[in-house]
Design a protein around this ligand. Sequence first.
Ligand code: 3PG
Length: 405
Amino acid sequence: MAEFNTIDDFDIENKTVLVRIDVNSPVDPGSGIILDDTRLKLHARTIKELSNKGAKVVILAHQSRPGKKDFTTLSQHAEALSEILNLRVKYSDSLFSSSAKEAIRNLKPHEILLLENVRFFSEESLSRTPLEQSKTLLVRHLSPLIDYFVNDAFAAAHRSQASLVGFTVNTPSAAGRVMEEELTVIQNALDNVEHPCVFLLGGMKPDDSIDVMENVLSNGTADSVLTTGIVGNIVLWAAGVDIGQVNRDFIASRGYEGMVEKAKDLIDRFGDKVKYPLDGACEIDGERVDIDVGELPNEAIFDIGVKTINYYAKEIRDAKYIFANGPAGVFEDPKFAMGTEDLINAMAKSNGFSLIGGGHIAAATAGLGLGDQMSHLSSGGGACISMLAGKELAAVEALKNSKKI
Ligand code: 3PG
């Protein structure tokens, strides 16, 4: 018997189905326009199937986190989804106000309604058990209006937030198609890891990456970790390299200063299995300049330098398994896209198993037209990498427990 339900287990015709998707997407900081619609296209498959089967489809999703520049409403996502699905996606600019509830009650079979960014609801940021989350206002207000809950948000499945685990306690729940496929493919990759196995860790969420580093080095999954981006800077700082006050301030301003001690501990325990950049790219007089670590000026580091690219590309070429979770730098700026693009290219050329996970690096891979050169392009960054690190995903555990009820 499968560990959790799928859409096939429920008769959803004429039923109200709440589906949690993850369409958290890169957004242009200037215009606020969505830069990549990969995740929207991915979830369209589940939404279309629910609608085709005659469900009244209510969608919950998030964009970014409170305090970040791209923390926006989902009105643009509703328009983009309408275009992709070629179906009207209604939009409610609130989550459980009387008007949102009215909009849900008024839905007819096949109709689709997207609710506001669920992280506008402050309780959503709290990580708690499914039982605790089932008592939140969000879950208490929406549960009486729905017949089924479908979790398709693989990319957020490592979070134990209300919209991801709360509904599974009292509402019959199932995994959506994206969730099902991701879990199957990644589990299969995990069951067949070959060595050398390399983790390429970058992106803007060093807390997740440091956690993963510890797990995959401790349990022997990874033979080495190649660090880039902000996590690379944290590891450099931990290794005693002067990365400049401006970079230390940036790390501190994001609340990641505490990661430096953790990184030090990992370097002590795992030595040169923890790789860090040899050089960084800064902007001087409007130009990209690559500078060796040890000689870095007090300038923001926007990318790894060419020496690091060559060093990491060789590690990637020699590996049988390569997992990557985030860009190497500010790839949205063409001057600083080289690290991200060259490492993606190295992965695409590799004969080993290549798995890319994470919204931004997946977008960069798709942008280079190299998606089909990878063994698997996962929609999840933190979720994918947590799974690879052998951790349980809170939302998947919630689905499994819900099946037992
Ligand atoms: C992601 O992009 O990795 C997911 O949407 C989860 O986002 P989060 O790290 O802000 O929870």
